[in-house]
Design a protein around this ligand. Structure first.
Ligand SMILES: Nc1ncnc2[nH]cnc12
Ligand SMILES: [Zn+2]
Length: 316
């Protein structure tokens, strides 16, 4: 279906590696690592993928990540995602990883980083997919924990290009992390942040003005604030939008209500991404397909969205 769409060269700029953990791999890793699971089989796990909001999803996502234990596990997770990219003509990836999800369970930082990094390097050599890794802080944890994570990461500074901010948004505004982002920028890293997914437009202002981000992850609630919209258009600040994620987590009730194409037509630099594809029903191309089916996205619009993703790369 939609071969022309699949064939468009694209970059994926909003993707959590932990969110690519397909149920089949989750069960295989549980067996490899002798981890007991609360689900009987792959089907019953898939049935649990029904969410009313971001937090319900995050609870399951962090539980699932517990099967990731060794460097090889992180390699296999990342490699499986890169094979999917190859299939979908995603030629460039800037994925997030959440080190605290793993270090808080006693997995050493370097085990996580080395597995992911090696797969990305092999992906470039063997599949021709370029990359820039983003270290994301969990915003429901403290500023101090983010600082500790950053210090652990510094010996591996060549393996990542930017810092990000994810997890439970409401109640954890960007300003909570202003100082650690300042530190990261002083060390030469770029910055992005989730803002305006469930949180208000004020969080997008803070991400821009206090964290000095290059892109906003999600940002769909920017449309509630006309002055913010004008700024995002004037400064061509990219929004990494995730349509299937937004409907699965009920940011929009139905794909027909999604604002991505309205934003595109107003001149916002929006891009299409999959966020946590194993949990939300599809990778980048399935997200494009959903826009075609439910919003009537034209071929010209699809091409602009794909071009935006290439223009909005941090690594050129
Ligand atoms: N959509 C999302 N929002 C915030 N944190 C996340 N972590 C993984 N997916 C996320
Ligand atoms: Zn995300």
């Amino acid at each position: 279906m939609y071969d022309w769409l699949n064939a468009l060269p694209k970059a994926e700029l909003h993707l959590h590696l932990e969110g690519t953990l397909e149920p089949e791999l989750l069960f295989a890793l549980a067996e490899r690592n002798q981890v007991a699971l609360p689900w009987a089989d792959v089907d019953s796990l898939r049935k649990a993928y029904a969410f009313n909001n971001l937090q319900e999803f995050l609870d399951l996502y962090y539980a699932g990540a517990d099967v990731l234990r060794s460097e090889q596990d992180f390699y296999d997770l990342t490699w499986a995602y890169l094979l999917k990219c190859k299939e979908q003509n995603v030629i460039h990836v800037e994925p997030f990883f959440d080190p605290q999800t793993h270090t808080d369970r006693g997995i050493p930082f370097e085990v996580v980083l080395r597995g992911i990094h090696q797969a990305l390097v092999d992906g470039e050599k063997q599949l021709g997919i370029r990359h820039g890794l983003i270290l994301s802080f969990l915003r429901h944890l403290s500023e101090e924990a983010a600082f500790n994570t950053f210090e652990q990461a510094l010996p591996f500074r060549d393996a990542f290009i930017a810092v990000g901010l994810d997890s439970s948004e409401v109640g954890h505004p960007p300003r909570k992390f202003q100082r650690v982002f300042e530190r990261a920028r002083a060390e030469g890293f770029l910055a992005v942040a989730h803002a305006g997914e469930e949180g208000p437009p004020e969080y997008i202002w803070e991400a821009l003005d206090l964290l000095k981000v290059q892109r906003i992850d999600h940002g769909v609630r920017a449309s509630e604030d006309e002055r913010l919209m004008q700024r995002i258009i004037d400064e061509q600040i990219p929004l990494t939008v995730c349509p299937l994620s937004n409907t699965k987590l009920r940011v929009f009730k139905h794909m027909r209500e999604h604002n991505i194409l309205d934003m595109l037509e107003r001149g916002v630099k929006v891009t299409v991404n999959s966020d946590d594809p194993a949990y939300f029903g599809g990778y980048v191309n399935e997200n494009f397909q959903a826009l075609r089916e439910h919003l009537g996205m034209s071929e010209a619009q699809a091409k602009r969205l794909a071009q935006n993703s290439l223009d909005a790369r941090l690594v050129k």
